[in-house]
Ligand binder design. Structure first.
Ligand SMILES: N[C@@H](CCC(=O)N[C@@H](CS)C(=O)NCC(=O)O)C(=O)O
Length: 242
């Protein structure tokens, strides 16, 4: 019996990865439905069925979580729902509010990550907006990446000796901060090599999460889809810093 069904594009990490990481770190079984073969109800058709065929409020876009007879969309919303159920957020209200605030800020950051390679429109190819992407990338790397990462660094510093963004144990926001760090390092290795020296607590958090027993097992498994140039974090060398 599996209680959780995730609907997300089967060939990319994308925003679905933030939800996959939560399940994997918690050691909770889930079905990554669109990664099943079509003859077992999977493939992208499974996502389209959920987008089109729900009785309740239909989701706008994946990732989508199906559980307890409900459909939930919006990554931070899904994680705030799962956090208490998976033991990935402390019990007290202030911690839960803080966790969601960080996750929403990470969601804003992800929009900007995406808009570097698609500054004009998602419906156009990168090749059709390369000039604008190049301009956007410079500003993103010079201004926005340092601002977001230093904000996360400050949130870590505020939490004293804990080594976690919230409370004293691993939470869903730690997992998301890890994913942001490794995603940015994949997309912009040269720029990140420079920025990393300014955010030592965040680098330590990334390494701690990577060495978490269940996360490490997941990262080394075929369930972890490699980064690629269809996802959120894309490596186009011409957009990285010289
Ligand atoms: N704010 C939403 C964004 C969802 C989203 O943009 N999903 C992408 C994949 S990562 C998608 O399939 N979008 C289709 C669309 O926007 O038309 C979230 O955080 O989950």
């Amino acid at each position: 019996m599996v209680d959780y069904e995730l609907y997300y594009w089967p060939s990319i990490q994308g925003r679905g990865e933030f939800v996959r990481l939560a399940f994997e770190a918690a050691g909770v079984r889930y079905v990554d439905v669109a990664r099943l073969p079509e003859n077992k109800g999977g493939g992208t058709k499974a996502i389209l069925r959920v987008l089109e065929g729900s009785d309740g409020l239909h989701p706008f876009a994946p990732p989508i979580l199906k559980t307890e007879g409900r459909l939930l969309a919006q990554t931070p919303h899904i994680l705030a729902f799962l956090g208490p159920r998976l033991g990935l957020v402390p019990d007290d209200e202030q911690s839960r509010l803080d966790a969601l605030q960080i996750q929403l800020t990470i969601a804003d950051f992800l929009v900007e990550v995406h808009d570097v390679h698609h500054p004009i429109a998602s419906s156009l190819y990168y090749e059709d907006q390369k000039k604008e992407a190049s301009r956007r990338a410079r500003i993103f790397l010079d201004e926005r990446v340092p601002k977001y990462l230093r904000w996360l660094e400050r949130a870590l510093a505020r939490n004293g000796e804990s080594k976690h963004l919230i409370g004293k144990e691993l939470t869903y926001v730690d997992l998301s901060a890890f994913q942001i760090m490794v995603g940015l390092a994949y997309a912009f290795p040269r720029a990140m090599a420079k920025v990393e020296s300014t955010v030592p607590l965040l680098v330590a958090l990334r390494d701690n999460v990577a060495s978490h027993r269940r996360v490490a097992a997941y990262l080394g498994s075929p369930r972890r889809i490699p980064f690629n140039e269809d996802g959120l974090f894309r490596h186009y060398p011409e957009l990285d810093k010289a």
